[in-house]
Ligand binder design. Structure first.
Ligand SMILES: [Zn+2]
Length: 717
């Protein structure tokens, strides 16, 4: 399992249960389980079964994963064909033991391909993707296997199971039903046809959107048009225009969101207008890059797929395993923010208009928002990021900030070790030691950016915790801090400090895992839950007693001045009408697209979107959604359909949970134990809402988030 953070918000990718103790083939008539060979055939001999990077060769990874897939397929077949009557042990538990070689190889491969890739690994990734999808089909569309799971499920009332066993049965059964296991043969054939068309459209959408975003970079004739940009940015624009076949001109590359970072500094208003309009119209211009037809067909197919599975709409289908299970609940949650956000948008617009009038601008337009917001921000907050960085050296922040916070809160300590190999020399490895002195697992820190490393930040497991398989967690955090010049310290922005605490929150979710089954262990939780613990841990970065322990000038050792942190926190609540508003609008738009019934689904995308935005009671003209429908990659090809609300939901949980800490004595060992006991150590052994109530004593509330976001006019229905 790997959890990725993209541009200030995070997503979950890949479900894999890492394991490393041989469960042995299931003893049945199917004798065809291939014999494992090579490095990944056995668990690593290093402590905690840590990967031995001195022995792992890139060229061996693809064959090892292919062999791991073949073995897992045979193991699954053996479970499905077992002549003995189905039991929890010989079916559900056997499935948890299956695929250990695959898990070992993927635990290494997924991280190398993300954090230290090359042509060999890139090619392997492309070749393996369809094979891993086929493996999923071989499990979830295997009717014999499902009949065994169903037999155990139907007899569950009499079985007297532990809560964790009951949860494993319930989630496994739900996964099969979600994949269509209850359909008859004709319906299954129809479903597979739909799935194949949906997959093709999703891939087509993703590729064409990448092309559209590149092709729609607006081109300008003169250098003067780009006034306000740096010389480096203008040089890059000249280079891009030449690459686009227009030498001597200047092209501004589009980024994926509606707002373009350069809108903040471009002084020429006509240039801003052209850049903004190129962004919002990139995939709806009626030309070869127009994706409106693709999303109309996708929305229609998804609505019909949900109907085939007996559900009222696709949102209900997609949310089957979430903390928020009902689309109506997610929609109500978001609509409750609308009055506060609308009031903030109006208030901030008035501030921006006042600033713009000084420039002779009488009517503010959407392309002016970022530009004047930046002017207001500078005037009000006077914050220079470069004043902060000398206080945030990377290793000091990790060892005296993050680790210190974990010791204060949980009693956990860290011991650096140099005896274990890493995949890159810039990494450090630590043993994580529990409050009672026992060893919890291994932590690998990989903080620096490299050309062959994906952007963003993420956490993952080389080895996942499981009592069944006898494994303790081996966990890594990857960040993208710019590497320092030779001989200089590596200094971070405050955003990067927050990200380091965030990713370590995921890591603690993994280290406190105390589960029997890998599928329910640690961070293997729902999309709208998994980012809650990580965002919760961000709060530790600015607790005064923790901050003063680590935020020290790398040259003088002086503690960071309090007024600098005050400025950071004050500036964070400014421009939320755009910052939070565009996210809320995108999340509402996502639900509109996935709340339709098949009878409504023959629709016109432009008209549908216009109606949806018009009904939001937000200033969607001045502040459009973060993504408009034809370039909303999260929901059309990245697995976030009916899921974009998760960013807001988990933030709400994190703020409310932190409010509990602040009103119950702060960062104390007792409170840390309470966090660990109620949710951080529970994996997915309980319902998410039960864990939350166990922790807070009530259902989650939005007020602490509204306060933290600086949103006024806390709203009713
Ligand atoms: Zn995250």
């Amino acid at each position: 399992m790997m959890i990725r953070l993209f541009a200030g918000a995070a997503i979950v990718a890949m479900l894999s249960a890492c394991a490393s103790v041989e469960g042995g083939p299931v003893s049945t008539a199917s004798a065809a389980v291939p014999k494992a060979s090579g490095y990944f055939a056995q668990a690593s001999a290093l402590p905690f079964h840590a990967p031995d990077f001195t022995k792992i060769k890139d060229a061996q990874l693809q064959p090892a994963i292919e062999q791991g897939i073949a073995i897992k397929r045979a193991e699954i077949e053996a479970i499905a064909n077992n002549p003995a009557p189905a039991t929890f042990e010989n079916t559900l538990v056997a499935m948890q033991r299956a695929g250990q070689m695959l898990n070992r190889a993927r635990g290494v491969f997924d991280q190398l391909a993300a954090a230290n890739t090359n042509d060999t690994l890139d090619a392997a990734q492309a070749a393996l993707a369809p094979k891993l999808t086929e493996l999923d089909d071989a499990i979830y569309l295997n009717d014999k296997l499902f009949q065994r799971v169903k037999a155990v499920y139907d007899a569950r009332a009499a079985a007297g199971m532990t809560p964790e066993d009951a949860m494993l049965l319930e989630t496994t059964y739900a996964d099969f039903v979600h994949a269509g296991a209850l359909l008859d043969a004709a319906q299954k054939a129809q479903l597979m046809q739909m799935n194949s068309r949906i997959a093709a459209l999703e891939t087509q959408f993703s590729q064409k959107l990448t092309e559209a975003t590149a092709a729609k970079a607006p081109v300008f004739d003169t250098r003067e048009a780009l006034a306000g940009l740096s010389d480096d940015e203008i040089d890059a624009a000249a280079k891009l225009a030449a690459e686009m076949g227009q030498p001597g001109k200047f092209a501004l590359a589009l980024v994926n969101t509606t707002q373009q970072p350069m809108l903040v500094s471009l002084t020429n208003r006509e240039t801003r207008r052209r850049l903004f309009q190129a962004s919002v119209n990139r995939a709806s211009g009626g030309d070869a890059y127009d994706l409106t037809g693709t999303i109309e067909e996708l929305a229609d197919l998804r609505a019909r797929k949900a109907a085939l599975l007996g559900l009222p709409n696709y949102a209900a289908y997609a949310m089957y395993d979430r903390m928020v299970r009902e689309p109506a609940e997610a929609i109500k949650f978001m609509r409750d923010f609308v009055p506060a956000v609308a009031a903030t948008q109006a208030r901030e617009k008035a501030m921006l208009e006042e600033m713009a009038r000084a420039d002779g601008v009488t009517a503010l337009e959407p392309w002016d928002w970022g530009y004047y917001a930046e002017k207001v921000r500078k005037a009000r907050y006077d914050l220079d990021e470069n004043q902060l960085k000398p206080y945030f050296e990377v290793w000091n922040t990790l060892e005296n900030g993050v680790f210190h916070a974990m010791e204060q809160f949980y009693g956990v300590t860290f011991k650096r070790r140099t005896d274990l190999p890493t995949y890159h020399p810039d990494m450090r490895v630590y043993t994580v030691i529990d409050k009672d002195g026992g060893e919890l697992g291994l932590f690998y820190a990989d903080p620096f950016a490299r050309p062959n490393k994906q952007g963003g930040a993420w956490m993952g497991n080389f080895v996942e915790q499981s009592h069944l398989l006898g494994n303790k967690p081996v966990i890594y955090n990857s960040l993208n801090v710019p590497p320092p010049p030779a001989g200089q310290p590596a200094l971070m922005t405050f955003d990067e400090v927050t990200t380091m605490f965030h990713e370590f929150g995921h890591a603690m979710h993994g280290f406190f895992a105390d589960q029997q089954y890998p599928a329910l262990s640690g961070t293997n939780t729902a999309r709208d839950f998994v980012e809650f613990p990580s965002q919760f841990h961000e709060n530790l970065a600015t607790v005064p007693a923790i901050l003063s322990h680590y935020a020290r000038h790398y040259q003088t050792g002086a503690v960071i001045p309090a007024d600098l942190i005050d400025k950071v926190e004050a500036a964070a609540t400014f421009n939320q009408g755009l910052g939070f508003g565009e996210t809320l609008e995108a999340a509402l738009l996502d639900m509109e697209w996935h709340d339709i019934s098949p009878s409504e689904s023959k629709l016109n995308a432009a008209a549908f979107e216009a109606q949806a935005l018009g009904g939001m009671a937000l200033d969607t003209r001045m502040i459009p959604p973060r993504y408009r429908s034809p370039y909303f990659r999260h929901i059309w090809s990245n697995g976030y359909e009916a899921g974009y609300y998760s960013y807001i939901w988990t933030e709400m949980l994190a703020h409310d949970a932190w409010d509990w800490i602040e009103t119950h004595g702060g960062v104390t060992r007792a409170n840390g134990d309470h966090v660990r006991e109620t949710f951080l150590g529970q994996g997915h052994t309980k319902d998410y809402e039960v864990m939350y109530r166990d922790y807070a004593g009530h259902d989650p509330r939005v007020e602490p988030m509204l306060k933290a976001r600086g949103l006024t006019g806390v709203g009713g229905e």
